[in-house]
Design a protein around this ligand. Structure first.
Ligand code: CP
Length: 302
């Protein structure tokens, strides 16, 4: 795994996931260490981010490393017409590791092929978000005590939501049952359902929210991804299709935890925030420990 880029969650094996979760738990106990002293991590964000960028930067800072980068490509020479290849080759000269978010699917794979340092995909279009996936696995294991045999309801934008695409691939090792709840316009893409069919993983598809979460262990809410719609009117039609309210959680399992990669728009009412089943803010905190574990693994640090 040393010096290997992380572009898609299937770049890692089940054993890799388990090892990262184990190391993340160690970082949670002791998040301030000096193991990145003298190392530079570049964060190149061609799309907006709060949690992914800042949790990576927090993770690096707490491990004694330095961060360079940009939060908006308009402040880089990309705005003068510089190619992604030239940008990545240049930043490879200045850093030990590149963390990149980009709107184009496949851009992270391309960057990993031209870079001379490892690249971590921090989200490429509607494709993959592997570090979010690993922090989701960490959050699921931490709250459920296991990753095995869980019922996971995924709600909202299952078409464009890259986090659910990564998560079904990773959870497929752990015999889950998936409940996909989405309007017809935002259903889980066929390629992911085919993937589950081939692996013999059970899933159901529904359009109603409240009646399909009662026996779930994890309720994974997602935002409708406005930025991926070509037609704003199509977004307007579905933007508020699901709004989780506290009352809807009556009768759900005691161990149910509500996850959301965030940011939230309207899909979880704020009256849910004080319910003990709400876990989305602790989930975001878990991103720091998980990303510390991922960087330590890729850089070969103990
Ligand atoms: N979960 C996530 O990717 O959040 P940000 O867009 O704020 O990074």
């Amino acid at each position: 795994m040393k010096n290997k880029s992380l572009v898609s969650i299937d770049d890692y094996s089940k054993e890799d996931y388990i090892e990262i979760l184990r190391v993340a738990a160690e970082f949670e106990k002791n998040p301030v260490q000096n193991i990145l002293e003298g190392r530079v991590v570049a964060t190149l964000f061609f799309e907006p981010s709060t949690r992914t960028r800042l949790s990576f930067e927090s993770a690096v800072n707490r491990l004694g490393g330095r961060v360079i980068g940009f939060t908006d490509s308009s402040s880089s020479s990309v705005s003068k017409g510089e190619s992604l290849k030239d940008t990545i080759l240049t930043v490879s000269n200045y850093s030990d590791l590149i963390v990149m978010r980009h709107p184009l699917e496949g851009s992270a794979r391309y960057a990993s092929e031209v870079a001379t340092v490892p690249v971590i995909n921090a989200g490429d279009g509607a494709n993959q978000h592997p570090t979010q996936c690993l922090l989701d696995l960490y959050s699921i294991q931490k709250t459920q005590g296991t990753l095995e045999n869980l019922k996971i309801s995924m709600v909202g934008d299952l078409k464009y939501g890259r986090t659910v695409h990564s998560l079904i691939m990773a959870m497929s090792y752990f015999n889950p049952t998936f409940i996909f709840i989405a309007p017809d316009e935002l259903k889980m893409p066929e390629e992911y359902k085919l993937f589950l069919d081939k692996k013999g993983i059970k899933y159901e598809e529904h359009t109603e929210l409240a009646e399909n979460i009662k026996d779930s262990d994890i309720l994974y809410m997602t935002r409708v991804q406005r930025e991926r719609f070509a037609d704003p009117l199509e977004y307007e039609k579905v933007k508020n299709v699901y709004i989780l309210k506290n009352k809807m959680l009556d009768g759900t399992k005691d161990n149910l935890k509500i996850l959301h990669p965030l940011p939230r728009v309207n899909e979880i009412n704020t009256d849910v925030d004080t319910n003990h089943k709400a876990y989305y803010f602790p989930q975001a905190l878990n991103g720091v420990f998980t990303r510390q574990a991922i960087m330590a693994k890729i850089l070969g640090l103990k």
